[in-house]
Design a protein around this ligand. Structure first.
Ligand SMILES: CC(C)(COP(=O)(O)OP(=O)(O)OC[C@H]1O[C@@H](n2cnc3c(N)ncnc32)[C@H](O)[C@@H]1OP(=O)(O)O)[C@@H](O)C(=O)NCCC(=O)NCCS
Length: 173
């Protein structure tokens, strides 16, 4: 069902498409993200260009799902300096009209493969609002298990129960 969908690294010249997709995610699913539409809508162009430049350099990957030239989903990852062996997966989103076809799983698998290229990383971690049942199911299916819970204020301004999920990083021998 994901035929024709490609996972790509977006060139910085396409920053406006990245901005539009990210703002759509924050508007459509405010309870899913720690950041809000209001916090991001007025960011200067240089913010979006800079984020794509960082991704292109491989330091903080950002991968996009593209269908027939249209961006339909994204996923990112970063490593905290004080925990260099864990990659944090963030910004997971698929456009509502493309859901349920395996695109989310494709994105998660792609970012795990990217992270696996870094020899120092031993685990992937993410935090997900308990109410985002499709996201929780996607992560469970990708091998993540719940290691803790915490309450966080999300983009809708409300406090939500979040699951911290992890999975060890396996590499082909
Ligand atoms: C989470 C999200 C990215 C999943 O994208 P998707 O392309 O629909 O996911 P997939 O089609 O790859 O589905 C993967 C698995 O998730 C589960 N799933 C998908 N949609 C589901 C739903 N509505 N309810 C329950 N489980 C669901 C299924 O187990 C599915 O496996 P299956 O194909 O064997 O049934 C998408 O729902 C989304 O963007 N949600 C809003 C943003 C969000 O919650 N982001 C997470 C931030 S941490």
């Amino acid at each position: 069902m994901t035929e024709g969908v490609q996972i790509i690294v977006l060139p910085p010249s396409r920053w406006a498409e990245y901005r539009a997709l990210r703002l759509r995610a924050l508007q459509e699913s405010p309870q899913a993200f720690g950041s809000s539409h209001a916090e991001n809508v007025d960011r200067p162009d240089t913010f979006w260009i800079g984020r794509l430049r960082d991704a292109e350099s491989g330091r903080t990957p950002l991968l996009f799902a593209e269908d027939d030239g249209r961006l339909i989903g994204l996923v990112g990852a970063y490593v905290e300096p004080d925990e260099p062996d864990v990659a944090n997966i963030v910004t997971v989103f698929v456009m509502p009209e493309y859901r349920g076809r395996g695109v989310g799983r494709l994105l998660v698998d792609a970012i795990l493969a990217e992270i696996a290229l870094w020899p120092e990383i031993i685990a992937a971690r993410l935090t997900v609002n308990l109410l985002q049942t499709a996201a929780v199911a996607t992560y469970r299916q990708a091998g993540f298990t719940v290691v803790a819970t915490e309450r966080n204020r999300m983009g809708d301004g409300e406090l939500h129960e979040e699951l911290i999920m992890e999975r060890p990083l396996t590499r082909d021998a």
